[in-house]
Each structure stands twice: as C-alpha cells, then as structure tokens.
Design a protein around this ligand. Structure first.
Ligand code: SAH
Ligand code: SF4
Length: 360
C-alpha cells in the first residue's frame, strides 16, 4: 500500500511553519529542517539539532521524500549515474547525475512521459503519464545532493533535460526553480540552471517576464519548417520564425545567450544544406549551438552520424559564423538519453514477469 504521509517538501513555507507552531515548536525550526534537506538528509532522525520528540512527530506525519528509487545504472567509470524513481501513483521518471572536474550536474525530469512525441526520443515514444508536482522535481535535487555529498561533492548545476517538456508543466517547473535557487533550500544560482524546451512560445514569453536569469535551451534540430514539423511536432503549432523571435526576445530581456540544441541524425539533419539553413536562422543572434550526437533509440528509423561527419558538420556550422560545441556523449552506456533506462527496466521486468524491485 502506498504511504499516505505527505512529503515534507510538498508543504508551503506557511503550512510547514503553521504545523510546527501547532506542534509547540518555533516557526524557525522550518529553516533548520530545510537546511538538513539541502544537505541531503535521508531521515528526520539524523537532524540532531532538532529535539527528539519533534523529530519523531515529523517522521510520523511526513515523508522525507515521495520518490522511490527503483533502479540505478552507472557509466563513464562511475562519473555518470542514473536513477529511475517511482512516483506516487506508479508512474516513473529518471534523473541523471554527471560528475566533472569542476562541477556536478543533475539532469532532471519534469513529466512522466512527454506529450510532444518527437520521433527520435525514447520519452516521446511511450504514452504521456502525468505532470510532476514541484516537490517531486525538487526531490530529484535533494536526492542528488545526498548522493554527491557521500562522495564529497556538491551539486552545482541543474538542467531540465530529463523526461518531459518543462514548459508544458510550467507552474510546477517555475515553483521548483524557485526552491532550487532559494538560499534556504538548494541555493543553486539561476545562471546554473538550464530549461530546455521543444518551443512552447507563450511559455517562453512568460518565462522572460519572470526575470529569472535561467538559461534557455531550444531544441531546434532543424532549421526549416518542413523537417522540424516531423522531428519536433509542436513546430506545426509554433513554427521556426516565431520561435526564434520569442527565444531571442528571451535573450534580450535576460541578457543571456540562448542555447540551440541540435541532435545529429545521420543523413537527416547533418548535411551542408542544414548547416546553411542554420546559419541563415541564427547568424548575428545571441546564440550558441550545441550539437548532440544521437543516442540510438530502438524502433526509430534514425542513426547516429560517425565521428567524421560530426566534425564536418561542426566545421560547416562554424563556417556560418556561429558559436558551436559538440556535447560529449555522457552516459551512452547508462541509457542516458531521456526515457531510455525507463524503457529498458520496463522491458526487462516484463520479460521477467515481475514488478519493479527496490534497489538500494
Ligand atoms: N522536452 C525538452 C527537454 C528534455 S529533452 C526538450 O525537448 O527540449 C533534452 C534534450 O535531449 C533535447 O534537446 C532532446 O531533443 C534531446 N534528445 C532526446 N532524445 C535524444 C536522443 N535519443 N539522443 C540525443 N538527444 C536526445
Ligand atoms: Fe518530449 Fe523533449 Fe523528448 Fe521531444 S525531445 S519527446 S519534447 S522529452
């Protein structure tokens, strides 16, 4: 049976403080408790500067997290790790931690499944489940903090590039960003947060008006409508010209360069024609192009280009006068592209005829 206790982070500041006061504790205990969550506490029990009876009352009333880790994979000799979480109600999502010399990045999910349905994406292939609540997004952060703290590392960057379209779950994503950046909770600078979107124009405009200096990433993948209509189906509603206008509007109000993502699909969007079209679209704009070699997904017609064609495409885009980098293929063997661990675990478990098991 599912645990009926609310997750502690599901409570607003006011509700948690009211609960504390009603339980004969000072409202200031809320900050103390959040401090523990921000350091990755795994239980109320370990919060030793909170009186024991209060810790017991908290544990009786609330869960420290609503996420249940059901599978883990590692790649890059442990530098990349991925966790599959089961949510209340049974849907599941993934989060990936990537460790570098100077930072640790968490790739976070905002929806179970995705309603956009890009044909090259593992997440887009299974039916949409549900939107995550803000606390379910933040809990992926507190869980990563705990994991990294055990290794003497700190979480420094968060990218909304896991499962789901963040702009299709706007309010919860925004609320979670406020908590992730809150100095009383995770305290991560908005400049170290990337929100990646397939291009929901009204939400891009709304985000600009929030005046949060988060980095916006646009999943472009094609620079002509005819091809983008297929690769990113939301393009039929929000076509390229309008999308570039909205994202450049964001760049101007935030003063931050927009990152344009381009998943490289062999023979589909890695030709000279594509590089020229991209050049025409983004030249002299506040833009950076991120080339992502395709991480193969089963039952799709797409292939990853080889190294030579990746290099050639990069040079052609540079030749157009654009800033461009090739994203490293972190976690290829950890099923790190969004939705892939979910797919594999589901496949393996159904082959074994059993329900997910808890992995420590
Ligand atoms: N829904 C949002 C954010 C999640 S996807 C979006 O689409 O922007 C994060 C990035 O991973 C997107 O740029 C997406 O196009 C890319 N991606 C999806 N599947 C991929 C795959 N199999 N290989 C490489 N990149 C992929
Ligand atoms: Fe959704 Fe992004 Fe995957 Fe497209 S690439 S299906 S928008 S998660």
């Amino acid at each position: 049976m599912t645990d009926q206790r609310p997750a502690i982070l599901a409570l607003s500041v006011a509700d948690l403080e009211a609960w504390l006061v009603a339980n004969d504790a000072g409202a200031y205990r809320r900050k103390q408790l959040w401090g523990w969550l921000a350091r990755g506490a795994a239980s109320f029990e370990e919060m030793h500067d909170i009186p024991k009876p209060l810790r017991a009352a908290l544990a009786q009333e609330f869960r420290i997290t609503s996420l249940r880790s059901v599978a883990n994979t590692e790649a890059d000799r442990g530098l990349t790790s991925k966790t599959l979480y089961e949510l209340d109600g049974g849907h599941s999502v993934e989060a990936v931690v990537m460790r570098y010399a100077d930072r640790s990045t968490l790739c976070i999910s905002s929806q179970a499944g995705c309603p956009i349905g890009c044909p090259f994406c593992a997440t887009g292939k299974f039916p949409f489940g549900r939107n995550l609540k803000a606390h379910e997004i933040v809990e992926q952060g507190t869980d990563a903090v705990r994991l990294l703290a055990g290794e003497g590392r700190r979480l420094s960057h968060v990218v909304f590039m896991g499962m789901g379209e963040p702009m299709a779950n706007y309010q919860a994503v925004l609320d979670s960003v406020r908590r992730i950046t809150d100095p009383e909770l995770l305290g991560i600078s908005p400049r170290r947060i990337v929100i990646s979107t397939s291009g929901l124009i009204p939400r891009i405009e709304q985000l600009g008006a929030e005046k949060l200096p988060v980095t916006l990433a646009i999943s472009l993948h094609a620079a002509r409508d005819e091809l983008r209509d297929v690769l990113v189906p939301i393009n039929r509603k929000y076509p390229l010209e309008d999308l570039i206008k909205a994202s450049q509007g964001y760049a101007e109000t935030s003063g931050r360069r927009v990152s344009y993502e381009w998943v490289l699909l062999a023979g589909v969007n890695d030709t000279e024609r594509d590089a020229k079209e991209l050049g025409r679209l983004l030249r002299r704009k506040l833009a950076h192009v991120n080339l992502i070699p395709f991480n193969p997904v089963e039952d799709t017609p797409y292939r990853a280009p080889d190294r030579t064609s990746i290099r050639r495409f990069k040079e052609m885009v540079e030749g157009q006068g654009l800033n461009v980098t090739v994203r490293d293929t972190r976690g290829r063997d950890a099923d790190a592209a969004c939705g892939q661990l979910h797919e594999r675990v589901k496949r393996e478990l159904s082959a074994a005829g059993r329900a997910p098991v808890k992995v420590p």
